[in-house]
Write a protein of this length. Structure first.
Length: 123
């Protein structure tokens, strides 16, 4: 068996497995966010910080899932690249980059707010 055929055979098995991992991560994060939201609603927790923390945690799950999807797309594109594959890879990469950017920005804002809150609490 030639090397290219061997790589294609491995890719045919690896890509769906990695996509499954991405799906599991995204579903798990979605369930966690849903449960946290329902719990907050029924417990009467109206703290802005709690809601922001929940959404930041959820976005980390989404970024992790997209990272796995990006890995699967890179592997698939490296074996048999088509313009559709390259376009899909580019779209996932752009989405992931934007999510990372906004998540990092939100984390900086939350840290700054927490620092201000700690300073206000000290006598």
């Amino acid at each position: 068996m030639m090397l290219r055929q061997w790589l294609a055979a491995i890719t045919d098995q690896a890509v769906p497995a990695i996509d499954l991992l991405a799906l599991i991560i995204i579903v798990a994060g979605t369930l966690q966010a849903f449960i946290a939201a329902i719990t907050a609603i029924f417990s009467g927790d109206e703290r802005i910080h709690a809601g922001r923390e929940m959404w930041m945690r959820y976005s980390r799950w989404l970024v992790a899932g997209l990272t796995f999807q990006l890995a699967a797309d890179i592997i698939e594109t490296s074996v048999a690249p088509t313009w559709d594959d390259i376009g899909q890879l580019g779209a996932v990469a752009v989405i992931r980059t934007f999510l990372d950017f906004f998540l990092a920005r939100d984390q900086r804002e939350v840290r700054a707010l927490e620092k201000v809150a700690r300073v206000r609490k000290t006598p």
